[in-house]
Write a protein of this length. Structure first.
Length: 82
C-alpha cells in the first residue's frame, strides 16, 4: 500500500521528532534527560533509532532530505555502543 503525500509528511515529521530525541538524550548538557541512567538513555535512543531505521527503509519517500535522519541513526549507533 502506497502512502499519500499527507501521510509522508506526518511520518517525516515523526522521524524528525525521533532525531530530536536522539540528539537531546545523548547530550549530557541537556537537563531534561539527566534524570535517566545511562542504560535508560541507551534504551530510549535505541527505540528512536529502531523507528528511524524502519521508516528510512520505506522506498516511497520521494525528495525528502534524509541527511538529519541518517546522521541521527549514526549518532544513535555510536551512543549505544559507548
Amino acid at each position: 500500500m502506497e502512502r499519500d503525500a499527507e501521510e509522508k509528511v506526518i511520518c517525516y515529521e515523526a522521524m524528525l521528532g525521533s532525531v530530536s530525541v536522539i540528539t537531546n538524550v545523548s547530550d549530557d548538557n541537556n537537563e531534561f534527560y539527566n534524570d535517566m541512567t545511562l542504560d535508560q538513555k541507551k534504551e530510549r535512543v535505541g527505540r528512536s533509532k529502531g523507528f528511524l531505521v524502519h521508516m528510512r527503509a520505506l522506498d516511497d519517500w520521494g525528495s525528502e532530505d534524509m541527511t538529519a535522519i541518517d546522521a541521527a541513526i549514526s549518532a544513535a549507533t555510536n551512543f549505544i555502543a559507548e
